[in-house]
Design a protein around this ligand. Structure first.
Ligand code: 5AD
Ligand code: SF4
Length: 481
């Protein structure tokens, strides 16, 4: 096969011991292969990374892009590329279906392009049944790897280029955190920063602990060093990422709380804004609320997944808080940080959910009045405790509840939007407006979107903006002189 390469250039004795050096070694080998293939093809090889799912995956994709660019691939906008990678999500069934649906189109592109490689990685690949299905019915896929060995991407590319069958490398779990590999940020001025990986919570509906493994925190000094380097490179806003950031640091040799980590990050000169996600209500401490209250940099926004307002359902979900605890937490937060925007995730139709349980959810939504909420229809994930329950809620009932919830959430969000109209607020300008290139678009500390007249020079800057009016869910503003 044309893409097969084997120049015998891997010298086993030369392979470095340390994991990050080992990967740089394989990047050099991959670069040599890619340059030879480009010479054969007569043009540079292109790649496209498609990301499904959450911000963790978005950050992982930046790591994939960093390695692909380093070995000589050039990014392209379309999936008609020489290397297409799907970084997949499996949190709900429809995320899986999307991937299968799109693989057919990729197969057609591949028939026309002898250089094309197709790679699949991310959470969905951690499910054995998915890999079996791919092996059986999607033989044209070249490379499959999971969430634990993404740092081995360069080495896996070399294996895939040297092989003419499917390369599969999936690990069940890992202790390893490999630092200092290349990353290509999507935005010059803001960046996600992983502070921990995995999840130990085992909410009974959720597949994440099975596909992302056990919770492990990065060393604080590595996090600080990464952020300092990002700031030196022009970053003004970081989003600290973890499945449950509030339990950060528990498993470190020298334990440290998330609040303590935030206080350290706050000290980094040149860093202007700190965001984080996701917070689990059971672990959100008074110490953290105190740090948020006094911080100049932590943004006035908290994403606090509710999942259900019914204490009975919350217990069945293994969330380890109840309705009263959640409401008290919100009250405490608002007392300390009055202007904080609150957003949430809610699942409708968890097994056994009755009309009364659902009313409890609506009650919390009305009491908290979220600035926005992501609402999900419960999706049965094989292998999770909730999936084997016999009291699954019928689809029509779920649909009807979902529509009621959405209407409530949207009405409250619409009422809350615009509460800052007339004020002057600092805004981080992020991009030229997609519809009108005379406008730029930015975000307030509370995550609201603002459009205002401006040019590309403003991108990445934090400027004072007068919020003149609110249209739907965004503001129109102008620079305050
Ligand atoms: N069904 C529906 N929604 C789910 N989530 C996680 N697992 C499921 C599931 N099985 C939602 C939760 C979580 C968000 C990321 O996805 O609300 O907070
Ligand atoms: Fe899933 Fe619960 Fe872990 Fe969030 S905290 S990733 S919902 S198990």
């Amino acid at each position: 096969m044309k893409k097969k390469m084997n120049l015998n250039i891997i010298d086993k004795k030369q392979i470095p011991q340390s994991e990050s050096e080992r990967q740089y070694y394989f990047m050099d080998i991959a670069k040599e292969y890619v340059s030879q293939l480009a010479a054969q093809k007569g043009s540079a090889l292109t790649f496209h990374v498609t990301t499904f799912g959450c911000q963790m995956n978005a950050r992982d994709s930046e790591k994939l892009v960093g390695i692909l660019e380093r070995i000589g691939y050039v990014e392209t906008e379309t999936e008609e590329a020489d290397f297409v990678i799907y970084n997949t999500c499996t949190v709900r069934e429809n995320a899986n279906n999307k991937v299968y649906g799109r693989l057919g189109a990729l197969c057609n592109y591949k028939k026309k392009n002898q250089y094309m490689l197709i790679g699949l990685c991310g959470c969905m690949m951690q499910e054995p049944a998915v890999v079996e299905k791919l092996k059986e019915s999607y033989r044209f896929v070249d490379l499959i790897f999971g969430t634990h060995n993404i740092y081995k991407f360069a080495e896996l590319i070399v294996t895939a280029l040297e092989s003419d069958s499917m390369t599969i490398d999936i690990w069940k779990d890992t202790e390893q955190i490999v630092e200092d590999l290349p990353v290509e940020r999507k935005y010059a001025f803001k960046s996600g920063v992983n502070i921990m990986f995995g999840c130990n919570n085992f909410c009974s509906y959720c597949i994440v602990p099975y596909v992302r493994g056990r919770e492990r925190s990065r060393e604080p000094k590595e996090i600080i060093r990464e952020i300092e380097n990002l700031v030196a490179d022009g970053v003004v806003e970081v989003m600290l990422l973890g499945q449950n950031v509030n339990s950060y640091g528990k498993n470190l040799e020298e334990p440290m709380t998330f609040a303590e980590l935030l206080a350290e990050i706050e000290k980094i000169e040149g860093l202007e804004r700190i965001r984080f996600m996701t917070s689990h209500p059971k672990d959100l401490s008074d110490e953290l609320i105190e740090v948020m209250k006094h911080s100049r940099k932590i943004c006035r926004h908290l994403h606090l997944p509710l999942q259900s307002g019914s204490s009975r359902i919350l217990a069945a979900m293994n969330r380890r808080y109840d309705k009263e605890h959640y409401l008290a937490l919100v009250e405490k937060l608002r007392a300390s940080v009055p202007d904080i925007a609150l957003t949430t995730d809610i699942i409708v139709g968890f097994p056994g959910e009755t009309e009364e349980d659902f009313e409890e959810t609506l009650d919390v939504v009305r009491k908290v009045r979220y600035d926005s909420a992501f609402t999900f229809i419960y999706s049965k994930r094989t292998g999770t405790p909730a999936a084997s329950r016999e009291d699954q809620v019928p689809e029509e009932i779920i649909k009807e509840r979902f529509d009621r919830l959405l209407a409530e959430v949207q009405q409250i969000a619409a009422e809350k939007a615009g509460k800052l109209t007339g004020q002057v607020q600092p805004v981080l300008i992020e991009e030229i407006n997609a519809q009108d290139d005379g406008l730029v678009t930015g975000r307030l500390s509370n995550n609201s979107v603002v459009h205002l007249p401006g040019t590309a020079e403003l991108i990445g800057k934090i400027v004072d903006v007068r919020l003149k009016e609110c249209r739907g869910f965004y503001y129109l503003g102008e620079l305050e002189k």
